[in-house]
Design a protein around this ligand. Structure first.
Ligand SMILES: [Fe+2]
Ligand SMILES: [Fe+2]
Length: 489
């Protein structure tokens, strides 16, 4: 008995340790909540009002209306909860987009239900949601949009509904993973083609005589519906960039476009601050490896890392990596307070550059959060040598501290980069891990990782991944012995 209790306690302890603290969601204002609630009410009315138009209206009709109304309202609530669970930092604008698309679909069903195939009604919005909010939210949306039909569902062919649901699910799953506009274009051709084939097989062989089957057989509706789906999907892809800017969606394709090193801001960084550019590339490697290890968002951190120090463009020579042996301007002014202002300016100016270049908010967040409220130790001690009564807060970055796993990883990579680069190539793995641990632990003790949602296990994995990158760097720096006769072996 005691053994069972001990085992249960151990399981409970391990389960508790494995729990990652829940991320704080973004607060949604009362007005936005009211707008979202009103849209959900309208969706519920549209989906259920037909029951009230029946004549003569009896008690069972009112009961059916009441059940359908509440069913749809609860479904909308579940959809919002699922989207918040998948995207803890989802904004009110994005929730409004999800419910508005559902409203649009319900209205379209009433106006065009008997003329347009459900394929063209459900699949294109699923593509937008999967791209912007992820696969699970898109699947939840698709299931609600497929189940709730304002018109009697009997006028629709079951096979057609099944094909629409399958196509929408495929688009939801693939849409959440697709990383380029070219793949999106392929999807917009392949899905309608697949729908055309499956409709030809399933509806063509359907022995039941339905209005739809005859209509399809008579005027080639299958082909025209598939063509219409392809056209609507192509238009949806064209409009996705507009959705990105209006609703603040950050699709994989947009992230990869921003990570292009030919983008003007990154090009400027490589030309005007080559040292910072090299530092950025090394950080990208460290951060990418660590994010892969903890299964975070690799595309997000790669792009965020690329832009984290763009603020140094305002005064490249004030940062040691760009001085190339020339005089250090900080020594010339010999004023720790002014030097601290210059360091803080690389964050403030970075934010200005980012807004001017219309970078998305999740990327902009990397700029202040990679520095958090870290102490500018060197200048603080220099100031202390001159005046003992100075405040430490004057020599700390303004923050905020990292609010996500990705920005926290970037802060740790930023701290470890210079130390790993400066390390002797003959240093052992243990020595490198010691250096990494010291830097990571100091950030942790300073409270910089408190809001990042990183668990202890993940921090350990991040340290190991930094070590792996260091091993690769060391491997590259060791020169291979080449023989005179065989230089290509
Ligand atoms: Fe920085
Ligand atoms: Fe940096």
């Amino acid at each position: 008995m005691q053994n069972i209790t001990t085992t249960l306690k151990r399981i409970f302890y391990l389960w508790k340790r494995g729990q990652v603290p829940v991320k704080k969601p973004i607060k949604i204002s009362r007005i936005d909540n009211l707008i979202i609630f009103l849209i959900c009410i309208i969706i519920s009315i549209i989906s259920s009002y037909k029951f009230l138009l029946l004549s003569p209206l009896d008690g069972s009709d009112i009961r059916s209306w009441f059940y359908t109304f509440n069913e749809v309202l609860i479904s909308c609530g579940i959809l919002i909860l699922v989207s918040k669970k998948e995207n803890p930092t989802i904004t009110s604008r994005q929730i409004i987009l999800i419910v508005s698309l559902l409203l649009g679909v319900q209205v379209t069903k009433i106006i065009f239900a008997s003329t347009i195939s459900p394929l063209s009604i459900i699949v294109p919005p699923a593509l937008i949601i999967s791209q912007g909010m992820g696969t699970i939210t898109a699947l939840a949306w698709v299931s609600i949009a497929s189940i709730t039909w304002p018109e009697s569902i009997s006028i629709l062919n079951n096979n057609l509904l099944f094909i629409s649901l399958t196509c929408a699910c495929i688009v939801s799953v693939l849409g959440g993973r697709i990383r380029s506009r070219a793949q999106l274009l392929q999807l917009s051709i392949l899905v309608p083609f697949g729908a055309f084939l499956s409709q030809s097989i399933l509806l063509g062989n359907d022995s039941s005589s339905s209005i739809y089957k005859e209509a399809f057989a008579l005027n080639g509706k299958i082909f025209s519906d598939s063509l219409l789906l392809a056209i609507i999907m192509l238009f949806t892809i064209l409009f996705i960039p507009i959705f990105e800017s209006v609703f603040g969606l950050l699709t994989k394709a947009r992230l990869l476009e921003l990570a292009d090193k030919e983008k003007p801001l990154i090009r400027r960084l490589s030309l005007e601050a080559p040292g910072t550019f090299e530092h950025t590339l090394l950080i990208c490697g460290l951060a990418e490896e660590a994010t892969r290890m903890i299964e975070g968002d690799i595309d997000l951190i790669k792009t965020g890392a690329l832009y984290h120090d763009v603020g140094k463009l305002h005064a490249p020579k004030w940062f040691i990596e760009n001085q190339e042996g020339s005089k250090n301007p900080h020594d010339e002014i010999d004023d720790p307070f002014k030097s601290a202002e210059v360091l803080q300016a690389h964050v403030d100016e970075g934010l200005k550059y980012a807004r001017k270049n219309r970078l998305p908010i999740p990327i902009i967040n990397f700029i202040p959060e990679h520095q958090g409220t870290l102490k500018m130790g060197y200048f603080f001690h220099k100031a202390k040598e001159k005046n003992l009564n100075i405040s430490e807060n004057d020599f700390r970055y303004k923050g905020p501290i990292p609010q996500s796993k990705e920005t926290a990883i970037l802060m740790l990579a930023d701290g470890c980069e210079a130390a790993l680069r400066a390390m002797n190539i003959n240093a052992s793995d243990n020595e490198a891990l010691d250096v990494i641990s010291k830097i990571v632990n100091s950030r942790q003790k300073d409270g910089q990782l408190d809001n990042s949602n990183l668990s202890k296990g993940e921090i350990f994995l991040i340290k190991l991944s930094f070590l792996n990158v260091w091993k690769r760097i060391r491997h590259r720096r060791i020169q291979y012995p080449t023989s005179k006769n065989n230089t290509f072996s």
